[in-house]
Design a protein around this ligand. Structure first.
Ligand code: CLF
Ligand code: SF4
Length: 521
């Protein structure tokens, strides 16, 4: 492991080489943190707010893994499945499975009572001290189950007030509950808004349940749209941070989502999360059965790029299941089944959690400092070259996963502006104990086919050769180092080689977003 990092002094000619202990020491003292943000995003790892962000908002987002891209490498969330019923029907959802707009379809949730949910939250918080957020996101709609939802929030707030409370809704009942949401200390609300035009909405929502009867067609979409806009306006007025999720459905709302972006931005949404439709026949959804396709990776990125202006775009959503536990890219829910949780003797140690999170902040700060240091001489380069790389990581902002063990790759865009997280690609495990690997490798390559390189902690000879043959550079020399610092280093070398003619840069093609379920755990 290369334990060296360059840290800029007062001028670009004063580059010093410091070892990682010095960086961690600087981070602990909160020295040298650039508090600027990229595109208005919370990019700084310090405990102070970026200059262009209200400190009160910063307090709400700084360790929320969904509201801050940078925080998602370090902090975890959990969902409790206390809300089984729904008051609308989406064509991408089959209620036999988890909510498809906040869940990975195809996995059935264990439904909980508020009391079971509360105990589970304390169990997880005691085991995973970096778990900072509790969300209710299904498997139906939390506000179609208001008694269970708010009872759960109440129990958790009283037992563990340091945990942030979050909910995700389709918005139909939202205006009726904004006061209650505030009363129960829920600081973050997500509304799934897929259209602002009922003509389009009627192709996404076959019906809603409204005032004790089923309403269909364009009238259903009109009511839903009006309630979503009203709910968003009321949340903003109440000072509750609001994120909007939209499902990108090619041929139905893909072009229209630019209008949705403008509409929600003008009503005060803090963050917009455009997610790909996940649609396969085995999910049993209307879209799955009628062959509606999801977007490709480059179609999704182009839409996200086109919406990125003054409004923050979320690109790190994992379309979580309704009982997800852990960092966004991992799922530890099986460690916390109701049976196991009910047997656990839980001592909630708020001080211990706080101390652990302070250590996380030091590590987080170190990743920011290391990237800034590496950027020092890149900004002087003139080039409009942009490339994508894929990274195998278990979290903590490091290249620390083996190629064969990766269930997802994080995607970074590299340019003279530095490195920028632009998404992730779920893949089936390559390493499956000696079988199935020949079948899996082509699907992994298709998932990262738009990347020039893949950073891994380790990789075997066989996949290495196949990646090279596909034009993807397998890079293991940054094993266990910080991702973004390594990415900037790599880009500098890449640029030098292109400029010297050692390599010829060629535009890469598109990549697949996986539609089916996992074939390996
Ligand atoms: Fe859960 Fe949603 Fe809260 Fe996050 S998830 S209720 S805001 S705590 Fe996050 Fe998961 Fe994407 Fe949701 S990655 S599906 S955006
Ligand atoms: Fe399914 Fe969620 Fe839509 Fe309800 S709001 S139909 S649970 S995706």
């Amino acid at each position: 492991m290369d334990n060296q990092a360059s840290v800029a002094g007062t001028g670009s000619d004063q580059i010093q080489h410091l070892d990682m202990d010095q960086i961690l020491q600087q981070a602990a003292e909160h020295k040298g943190c650039g508090t600027s943000s990229e595109g208005g995003k919370a990019s700084c790892g310090s405990s102070t707010a970026p200059e262009d962000m209200d400190p009160a908002v910063w307090e709400k987002v700084k360790n929320h893994p969904c509201y801050s891209e940078e925080a998602h490498h370090h902090y975890a969330r959990m969902h409790v499945a206390v809300a089984p019923a729904c008051n609308i029907q989406c064509n991408y959802c089959n209620r036999k499975y988890d909510c498809a707009n906040e869940s990975r379809p195809g996995v059935v949730s264990e439904k909980l009572t508020p009391e079971q949910a509360s105990k589970k939250v304390l169990a997880v918080a005691s085991t995973i001290p970096q778990m900072t957020v509790l969300g209710i996101a299904g498997p139906g709609d939390p506000l179609a189950n208001p008694a269970k939802t708010f009872k759960t929030f109440d129990l958790i707030y009283n037992a563990a007030p340091d945990i942030k409370l979050c909910l995700s809704t389709n918005g139909l009942s939202l205006p009726d509950h904004v006061e209650t949401i505030k009363k129960y200390n829920v600081d973050h609300v997500t509304i799934t808004i897929n259209m602002v035009d009922p003509e389009i909405g009627q192709h996404i929502y076959p019906w809603i349940f409204w005032k004790n009867k089923r309403v269909t067609g364009i009238e259903a979409a009109r009511i839903l749209h009006e309630r979503q806009m009203l709910g968003l306006e009321m949340l903003t007025a109440a000072g509750i941070l609001c994120k909007v999720n939209s499902v990108m459905i090619p041929g139905i709302n893909d072009k229209h989502l630019v209008e949705v972006n403008k509409a929600v931005k003008s009503r005060g949404a803090f963050l917009h999360n455009i997610m790909p439709l996940i649609s396969a026949p085995e999910h049993g959804t209307v879209f799955g059965l009628n062959g509606q396709r999801g977007p490709t990776a480059q179609e999704l990125k182009a839409l996200q790029d086109s919406c990125e202006g003054e409004m923050n775009m979320m690109r790190h959503c994992r379309q979580c299941r309704a009982d997800a536990v852990g960092l966004l890219g991992e799922d530890r829910s099986s460690e916390f089944s109701t049976e196991k949780v009910m047997e656990m003797d839980i001592q909630y140690d708020a001080e211990g959690r706080k101390a652990y999170q302070e250590k996380v902040e030091v590590e987080r700060q170190a990743t920011v400092l290391a990237k800034q240091a590496e950027m020092a001489d890149l900004e002087a380069e003139f080039s409009d070259l942009k490339v994508l790389i894929a990274v195998a990581t278990k979290g903590h902002g490091r290249v620390n996963e083996h190629f064969g063990h990766a269930q997802e790759f994080q995607i970074y865009e590299l340019s003279t502006q530095g490195s920028k997280f632009v998404g992730h690609r779920r893949v089936d495990l390559y390493c499956q104990g000696g079988f199935g690997e020949e079948d899996t490798l082509p699907t992994v390559i298709r998932a990262i086919n738009d990347c020039v390189a893949v950073f891994v902690a380790k990789i075997g000879g066989c996949p290495k050769d196949s990646l090279k043959a596909a034009g993807i550079d397998p890079v293991d020399k940054y094993a266990h180092e910080f991702i973004e610092q390594s990415a900037v280093k790599y880009f500098k070398e890449y640029l030098t080689k292109v400029k010297s003619g050692e390599i010829v840069h060629a535009e890469r093609g598109d990549a697949d977003i996986r539609q089916g379920a996992y074939i390996a755990a």
